[in-house]
Design a binder for this molecule. Structure first.
Ligand code: GTP
Ligand code: MG
Length: 360
């Protein structure tokens, strides 16, 4: 993966440098070959790899890769302790490697233009309901963000996840992201037949749609966490993953940490997991959709709901949370909560054989 993309401005400066050199060279009568060599070297510099980091040898790289870390970004966002744990490097070596990765990637403050360019990479995935898409800012859920749907039993969280897994495959002009989906199923509620129905409803080939969804059953929270690394592997193998659904995000955590006094441990593990999800979403331009069943006291998953999780590294991380409940006549009511940039509105959508949609 490319360590650091050169902005247009940097390229221009480079061009000028090369041009200047060629003028000087022609005056001085030096070979053209030298100029070419210079350009090739500059191009090479664009791709920085893990092995370019000081003190990171083949053994550490192997460990990193098996932990799903393949590039500088993966290193840059870790803490020295985390990097030390996954790579086997000592903590001070880990710190040096992180600092080098950050320097190579030029992490830190970005100017407004660069920020806007990064935002431009964001893709959207339509939900199937234009009302719900509008609630989420116009075009449905976003890549580089986590969207959480919470609500009670049968509220429609899974149905929305299935609809998104199909919608993600649509062309961009039709509200999709022209990509594939990963579906992490913790409750055994993924239904291929349902995907087929939804695909048919959107006029897509049912088998192709199913082929473009990688489904994994997560048997416990550790397994669920591990599966995120597998997403990194899929991307590395060239799969254009644009959506990761985790249905449900919290069920295993709830079941495994149910005792008194375990709440802090659960929250810590969950927070770390969310942080990794956000990192994955950012790094690979993926939309993450997670479900969370609630009985009462909805919405305390992220602790202080006004604090966006994992968002301080690149500055534009965002989290959308929608609360879904059953409405009148089989409708569903979705309410947007604590969005960093959208008003807390409500909308009505429907679930039919074709998946999520508007009133017919
Ligand atoms: P839990 O996982 O139990 O927390 O619920 P959930 O929020 O995931 O609910 P889910 O998305 O599974 O919604 C189930 C509901 O969707 C059903 O009770 C139906 O009302 C509706 N539904 C599912 N499939 C169809 C369908 O083919 N046609 C219609 N009309 N409704 C459907
Ligand atoms: Mg469900």
């Amino acid at each position: 993966m490319v360590g650091k993309k050169k902005t247009g401005k940097e390229k221009e400066v480079e061009d000028k440098k090369t041009r200047k050199k060629s003028v000087k060279n022609s005056e001085g009568g030096v070979d053209k070959e030298e100029i070419q060599e210079e350009v090739v070297k500059e191009e090479k510099e664009e791709v920085m790899k893990l092995e370019d980091l000081p003190g990171v040898g083949p053994a550490a790289i192997e460990k990193l890769e098996s932990a799903g870390i393949f590039d500088l970004m993966g290193i840059a966002v870790l803490s020295p302790k985390d990097l030390s744990n996954v790579s086997g490097l000592g903590e001070s070596a880990a710190r040096k490697a992180i600092q080098a990765a950050r320097k190579m990637m030029d992490l830190g403050f970005t100017d407004g233009l660069e920020f806007a360019e990064k935002r431009e990479e964001v893709l959207n995935i339509g939900t199937g309901s234009s009302e719900l898409d509008d609630l989420l800012g116009g075009k449905g859920i976003e890549t580089k963000a986590i969207t959480e749907a919470f609500g009670g039993f049968g509220s429609g969280k899974t149905q929305l996840g299935l609809s998104l897994a199909v919608g993600a495959q649509l062309p961009i002009e039709q509200g999709g992201a022209e990509g594939k989906a990963v579906y992490i199923d913790t409750e055994g509620t993924f239904r291929p037949e349902r995907i087929k129905q939804i695909a048919e409803g959107k006029g897509l080939n049912e088998d192709n749609v199913l082929k473009n969804i990688f489904v994994a059953r997560a048997f416990n929270s550790d397994h669920q966490i591990l599966l995120i690394d597998k997403v990194g592997e899929l991307v590395k193998n060239g799969e254009p993953i644009r959506l990761v659904v985790i249905d449900s995000l919290t069920a295993h955590f709830r079941a495994e940490f149910s005792g008194r006094g375990q709440l802090a441990d659960r929250q810590q593990k969950l927070n770390k997991y969310l942080h990794n999800l956000m990192k994955m979403a950012e790094q690979f331009n993926i939309a993450v959709y997670v479900t969370n069943q609630v009985m009462s006291n909805p919405g305390l998953l992220f602790g202080d709901p006004t604090t966006p999780i994992g968002g301080n590294i690149l500055g534009h991380a965002s989290t959308y949370r929608i609360y879904i409940r059953r409405g009148k006549k089989g409708s569903r009511v979705a309410k947007l909560i604590d969005s960093p940039n959208l008003p807390d509105n409500e909308c009505v959508f429907f679930i039919s054989e074709k998946g999520v949609g508007d009133e017919e």
